[in-house]
Design a protein around this ligand. Structure first.
Ligand code: PEP
Ligand code: MG
Length: 759
């Protein structure tokens, strides 16, 4: 009951042996080569705490602390560890442990054999909960007295500050978390590392192997950037070998203690695993995955020519893997550093370089943490970061595992990020490709924050539709995953900006068809992601100062104030060839079945523009209102004031573009920081125009939406719902909050009406 050999345990014994111990038992029973050992069970820990009479004392200390007060947390952790270290261990337990250890020594034919002593925590009600990396591991322990002392240290490590913090953060009751201790013959590895039996970022069926010289500690701790290998599991074809500069390794000194030493110069860039060894490992990986029936994360070691598995656990992060296509890096600045993609997703923020644990306060919400290698004490600060970059480590090091669990994009093993990146510079990282780019990318922030929305948004149903604004086809999939009711604004000019070519150039080169195809291809991605929900394609709103940068954009006029200049529908009516191509692209998509796409014209200041645009659409055999929904943006006060006339002209829907409506109502250039303080969508004049537009549309039965930034601000959205808006289109990251706000506002309206009836 208190001590069990690996042979006596299986994976169903997590409650006794913890995840690690149960797995070693399961592997042993499955015939996978594992160094022999035993587990001092969770019940042994419970027995010790009960017999020593220290349980209540420990729990009462924990009840009182504020875990966010680092000093208080540290002091409590020290006090509890002292209590555990001074308490007597029951004699019968001591005898058991000695017996099992001595038997192990006999089995391997060594006196006082070297063992590894590892913590294996388990939660009473949730045995599958993960406490990876929270408690201590001790290597090269030998002799029964030492073994007993280090088992005690493992028990005490259940109360390390970081472990207490982790349990509180994840709502585990301290009194229901126990600790088993694994005692295992040390494998004296010549080379060691980790193997994922599928790609942990994408789920692809390859063996992803990392290896370095000496003990596995170097890889797991992130002290070294290991070699990285990929083997196709179908035919054992080695598809990738990346050899890195392995500067350090762990090895045994003359006392058997593990020490970090420099790798001899000639071995640093030498390949660690041969083709044969890779295949042997892959085959073992396949057996382990087949045995468990799921992808596994394993630690392996070669001792001489013998391969051992030291650990195996299910890959916990696969469900969070980001879809292919999300991490599109093409529109970003220069690559500043390269490393390994350790946790997929994109993140932008300011660089904060952490060279010392005391500097963690520097990390504010949304910053990019750049450090040599993360440690468990850094977890609270890692949670505040939007992305993590390390000099060292491989895809299974601390930074990698934790960032995947937290869902934070991460790039590891860059070699020199802490010296190359500059404090406070804006960067964007691609956690899938392992790249860090110069500059902040708005689109990437949008992509990185979608997942939270996706989780929260689903169950709330509202009558007022909540849609998404989309600018980049690559962001469409994630925007759709939020459960958004459609796309209330597809910004075509962004599609063109990413294509890099000025639409006028296609026309000048006589390549109209190419322009039509370029637009259709990109819009189709969005229409596909949302099908059959509506997607409102906004015709080009091309500001001269942005389009000048495109290939073929040299002839753009230099305007005094581009915001008041040649953009929106007025420009399109001057260049009807481009507008025609856009309509043809949408027509083409309708013919392919994407009838969910509607057309919306931007920046109109008089109804004649709407009439002319519709005429151009008709001229290509695509009849507004009949073949395609045709609507307009209200972005200029004139349009809001003349909304009845637009309605008379015929519109299927309206969308309030409050970004422009605010700047034109208040005479404040939205791009000019000198007047930014005068810019407010909530200015009474702007709100009046908004309310008027919504009410007039409601009276006429015309759908009215909003796609300006005000539609992503919950307290403004509340007012819009009260005015009678039919849908709200928000930034993807705001969708979950907006949906809640809309639901609350709708319920308030119903409640107020019911109360009125009762009066
Ligand atoms: C707006 O003006 O509110 C709008 C959504 O359009 P853009 O921001 O693209 O000008
Ligand atoms: Mg606008």
């Amino acid at each position: 009951m208190y001590v069990k050999k690996f042979e006596e345990l299986s994976k169903s014994d997590i409650g006794i042996a913890g995840g690690k111990g149960a797995n070693l038992g399961e592997l042993t029973q499955a015939g996978i080569p594992v160094p022999p050992g035993f587990v001092v069970t969770a019940q042994a820990y419970e027995y010790f705490m009960d017999e020593a009479g220290i349980n209540d004392k420990v729990m009462s200390i924990l009840e009182k602390i504020d875990i966010n007060d680092t000093k208080e947390l540290q002091a409590a952790a020290e006090e509890i560890k002292k209590i555990i270290n001074e308490a007597p261990i029951p004699e019968d337990l001591v005898i058991f442990i000695r017996e099992y250890y001595n038997e192990l020594c006999q089995r391997v034919g060594e006196d006082d054999t070297d063992v590894a002593i590892r913590s294996s925590a388990t939660a009473e009600d949730l045995p599958e909960a993960s406490f990876a990396g929270q408690q201590d591991t001790f290597l090269h322990v030998s002799g029964d007295d030492e073994v007993i002392e280090f088992i005690r240290r493992c028990w005490a490590s259940l109360f390390e500050a970081r472990a207490i913090f982790y349990r509180e953060e994840n709502n585990f009751e301290h009194s229901k978390v126990y600790i088993a201790v694994v005692v295992q013959k040390m494998a004296i590895a010549d080379k060691a590392g980790v193997m994922f039996t599928v790609n942990p970022s994408t789920g692809e069926e390859i063996a992803l192997i990392e290896g370095s010289w000496g003990l596995g500690e170097a890889v797991v701790s992130g002290d070294v950037t290991p070699d990285n290998y990929q083997v196709d599991k179908k035919d054992n074809e080695i598809i990738n070998v990346t050899i890195s500069d392995k500067k350090v390794m762990y090895t045994n000194d003359e006392n058997g203690t593990s020490v970090k030493v420099e790798v001899p110069e000639e071995m640093r860039k030498e390949r660690v695993l041969s083709d044969e060894e890779l295949i042997e490992l892959t085959e073992m990986g396949k057996r382990v995955q087949a045995h468990y029936g799921e992808p596994m994360d394993t630690e392996w070691a070669f001792e001489k020519d013998m391969l051992f598995l030291l650990q195996a656990r299910p890959i916990t992060t696969l469900g969070d893997a980001v879809e292919e296509g999300e991490s599109e890096s093409s529109d970003l600045g220069d690559v500043l550093v390269r490393g390994l993609g350790a946790s997929p997703g994109m993140a932008s923020g300011k660089v904060k370089i952490i060279l010392d644990i005391d500097e963690l306060d520097k990390i504010k919400e949304g910053d990019i943490m750049v450090t040599t290698m993360t440690t468990p004490d850094m977890v609270p600060a890692m949670k505040r970061a939007s992305g993590i970059v390390t000099d060292e480590g491989g895809v299974t090091c601390h930074a990698s595992i934790i960032s995947r669990e937290l869902g934070i994009p991460c790039v590891v093993g860059t070699g020199d990020a802490t010296s190359t990146l500059k404090e406070n510079d804006g960067v964007t990282l691609d956690g899938k490709k392992g790249l860090v780019f110069e500059g902040i990318s708005e689109t990437k922030e949008e992509a990185a924050t979608v997942q939270a929305g996706a989780v929260e948004a689903a169950p709330i149903i509202t009558v007022t539709e909540v849609k998404a604004n989309v600018s980049m086809p690559e962001a469409a999939e994630k925007a759709a995953a939020t459960g958004a009711d459609g796309v209330g604004l597809l910004r075509t000019e962004h599609l063109m900006l990413t294509s890099g070519i000025h639409p006028g150039k296609f026309i000048a080169d006589g390549e109209e068809d190419k322009l039509i195809d370029t637009i259709a291809e990109k819009v189709q991605i969005v229409a596909d992601a949302f099908y059959p929900k509506p997607v409102w394609y906004r015709t080009l709103d091309a500001p001269t100062d942005e389009f000048i940068a495109l290939e073929g954009g040299e002839n753009e006029p230099r305007e005094h104030n581009p915001m008041l200049g040649w953009r929106g529908i007025r420009r399109e009516l001057d260049q009807p060839e481009i507008l025609k191509c856009e309509f043809k692209a949408i027509k083409k998509l309708h013919e392919k079945g994407y009838t969910n796409i509607g057309i919306m014209i931007p920046l109109s200041q008089n109804p004649a523009e709407l009439r002319q645009a519709k005429a151009i659409c008709s001229s290509i055999g695509f009849e507004p209102h009949k073949d395609v929904d045709f609507g307009m943006m209200v972005e200029i006060p004139a349009a809001a004031i003349l909304i009845d006339e637009y309605i008379k002209e015929g519109i299927d829907f309206v969308s309030l573009g409050t970004n422009d409506l605010t700047q034109y109502t208040l005479a404040v250039d939205r791009n000019n920081e000198f007047v930014a303080k005068h810019y407010s969508e909530e200015h009474p004049a702007v709100m009046k125009l908004i309310e008027r537009t919504i009410r007039k549309c409601a009276e006429a039965g015309v759908t009215c939406s909003i796609c300006g930034q005000a539609g992503s601000v919950p307290h403004i959205v509340e007012k819009l719902v009260a005015f009678g808006i039919t849908s709200v289109s928000s930034n993807t990251d705001a969708i979950a909050d907006v949906r809640k706000t809309v639901a609350r506002a709708e319920q308030k309206i119903i409640l107020d009406a019911a109360r009125k009836r009762l009066e």
